[in-house]
Design a protein around this ligand. Structure first.
Ligand code: AMP
Ligand code: MG
Length: 344
């Protein structure tokens, strides 16, 4: 299929383009759109065939459920069974990078939820995403707009690498601000289970709810026969072609190790900005200053794609901390590295 590429710089002046995108979605087509987390591969969440098309375009296993995107938190009523805790979360974090798992209503077909009786709901804050959903008048099911196994796209150029010819339209809204996928929580009684860390941190959730537990799959590799609470967690994600190794240890030791490695073989290194000079013999992909986790989140997937585009034998990155936004970086990186961590 021929994919139409449209750059959106002004949602008011370009309302016509957004109307056309919304019409494609309503009639069962696929439109990639920007959000504040990563780009989404959108289809009509209420139509069976749209979900099937999304899975086909991504090459994604159809038991991995899709997140539905709504324009206003109260729109969840049409698709899910809400509760008081949902509205407390919505008041604090929506629109924004939070996805909440709720019991599904029949307006959402099981093909959208990978056969589950629950549905993941999110209300994005990106103005293009927001206006598109509004014009569509129906929830948009959207996973990240990458081929299954590739890093999530944080720019329209990444999207085009993976999705050109596979979707009807790509809306280019510039670089994704956050750069990591949404935080996912499941409401259980009066508590929350953190299924995927993201831009809304565990600490931020804890201010609102005193029972927040982190699902096992966030930090640890699941055993073969273990069933994750979030089906996506069982798949190896974001895997670069060259092996990715995460380095842990004190700063000076890690830097020395990287210098030795870079002098002896072709290494791609996702380094801190401060390290560029000392590591000049490596193929460097600076991700931001050591303490700037927001910048590192913004850069991570682009840096992984860039590193993957080199002929490096091995890719190195620092093992992130597990607190604040670090937990989301940690979760994405350990999965991309298939849990390969080297203590130096
Ligand atoms: P992506 O669409 O690429 O951001 O991935 C969506 C993630 O949300 C996957 O890891 C899914 O497993 C998870 N997810 C979506 N719907 C549900 C649900 N109903 N229950 C649990 N996890 C879900
Ligand atoms: Mg994804």
């Amino acid at each position: 299929m021929k994919t139409e590429h449209i750059k959106i710089t002004d949602i008011v002046a370009q309302e016509k383009d957004l109307c056309r995108a919304a019409a494609i979605l309503r009639s069962g087509g696929l439109v990639v759109f920007p959000t504040e987390t990563v780009y989404g591969l959108g289809g009509n969440a209420t139509r069976d065939e749209a979900a099937k098309k999304i899975y086909a375009a991504k090459g994604r296993p159809s038991d991995n459920p899709l997140i539905i995107h709504i324009a206003d938190p109260t729109d969840a009523e049409q698709y899910a069974v809400t509760n008081a805790l949902y509205y407390r979360l919505a008041k604090a974090f929506m629109p924004g990078p939070l996805t909440v798992i709720l019991p599904r209503k029949n307006t959402i077909p099981k093909s959208t939820t990978g056969g589950l009786d629950s549905v993941a709901v999110r209300c994005p804050s990106h103005p293009v995403a927001h206006r598109l959903i509004e014009l569509c008048g129906v929830a948009i099911a959207a996973p990240s707009a990458n081929l299954s196994g590739k890093p999530s796209p944080t720019s329209a150029a990444h999207v085009a690498q993976d999705m050109d010819g596979r979707v009807d339209m790509i809306l280019d809204g510039g670089e994704s601000e956050i750069g990591l996928e949404s935080t996912i929580v499941k409401i259980e009684g009066d508590g929350l289970i953190l299924l995927r860390p993201g831009g809304i941190t565990r600490d931020a959730l804890s201010l609102l709810c005193d029972k927040v537990t982190v699902a096992d799959a966030v930090l640890h590799q699941l055993a073969e026969n273990e069933r994750p609470l979030s089906p996506g967690m069982k798949y190896r994600h974001y895997a670069p072609t060259a092996p990715l190794v995460l380095l842990s240890g004190n700063e000076a030791d890690v830097l020395r190790y990287l210098q030795t490695e870079a002098a002896s073989r072709k290494c791609a290194i996702l380094c801190y900005d401060e390290e560029c000079e000392a590591l000049a013999s490596g193929i460097l992909f600076p991700v931001g200053k050591k303490d700037d986790l927001a910048k590192q989140a913004h850069r991570l997937f682009a840096a992984l794609r860039e590193a993957d585009g080199t002929d490096a034998e091995i890719i190195y990155a620092h093992l992130p901390p597990q607190d604040g936004l670090g937990l989301a970086l940690y979760n994405r990186l350990i999965r991309a590295a298939a849990h390969t961590v080297k203590e130096v």
